[in-house]
Design a protein around this ligand. Structure first.
Ligand code: TYD
Length: 207
């Protein structure tokens, strides 16, 4: 089973994924967590290029291709082989991030992006995607307060992040069977509880 977590900045995805992986293991499944961009030797090098603060001249098309290049690598090297072995793979971000950030955020053509994504992933789609939804101002505040790594993409204007969040909501509406929305404004324990409820249902239906 392939699960992805998506969300705007400061939604607390990484911490929640750690606890979620533990929980799924306790249910008797083998679990692997991955993150994007990165997650492979080659992908981590691509991540550095994308995130460097001084790469301000990067063209949006270059950015898309770099994200998708890292994704092509992790899909073939890590995700597909593990899914084939029956491992539950949880990815911190996946193709929907490209649609949300580069598509809705930067206003790039969604149709073209979907074609590029299909090429990069060989058409691999998640079975379930959780949107950890949080208000943009709150999310950015949390990110600064948490002292986490501040990258070139975080530095985009608040308006950009608002378009990203609205984009996620549109994607949820377009594919309601794949998405579940979790209110990430709640305290972290409650968020984890809500995630576990959704995951248990999904694991049951996969048995
Ligand atoms: P990261 O430090 O991993 O942040 P987060 O904890 O928010 O996931 O940085 C990833 C950044 O890259 C984040 O701002 C979202 C952005 N991104 C895209 O713009 N497009 C993509 O396809 C992916 C995977 C990420």
């Amino acid at each position: 089973m392939f699960i992805t977590l998506e969300g705007p900045e400061g939604s607390g995805k990484s911490m929640q994924i750690c606890k979620l992986a533990e929980f799924i293991r306790e249910q008797g499944f083998e679990v692997l967590t991955t993150r994007e961009p990165g997650g492979t030797f080659i992908g981590d090098q691509i991540r550095e290029v994308i995130m460097r603060m001084d790469n301000t001249m990067m063209h949006p098309n270059t950015e898309i291709l770099l994200f998708c290049a890292a994704r092509a690598q992790i899909v073939t090297e890590v995700i597909r082989p593990n899914l084939e072995k029956g491992v539950v793979v949880i990815s911190d971000r996946y193709g929907d991030s490209t649609l949300a950030y580069q598509g809705y955020g930067h206003g790039l053509d969604l149709k073209i992006l979907k074609e590029i994504l299909k090429f990069a992933t060989g058409g691999l789609k998640p079975d379930l995607t959780l949107l950890l939804d949080v208000d943009v101002d709150e999310g950015l505040k949390r990110k600064i307060k948490g002292g986490s790594e501040w990258n070139r993409l975080d530095a985009q204007k608040v308006e950009f992040h608002k378009r990203v969040r609205a984009g996620y909501k549109e994607m949820v509406q377009a594919e309601p069977d794949r998405w579940r929305v979790i209110n990430a404004a709640n305290d972290p324990e409650q968020v984890q509880k809500d995630i576990r409820t959704v995951i248990l249902e999904e694991l049951e239906s996969h048995k």
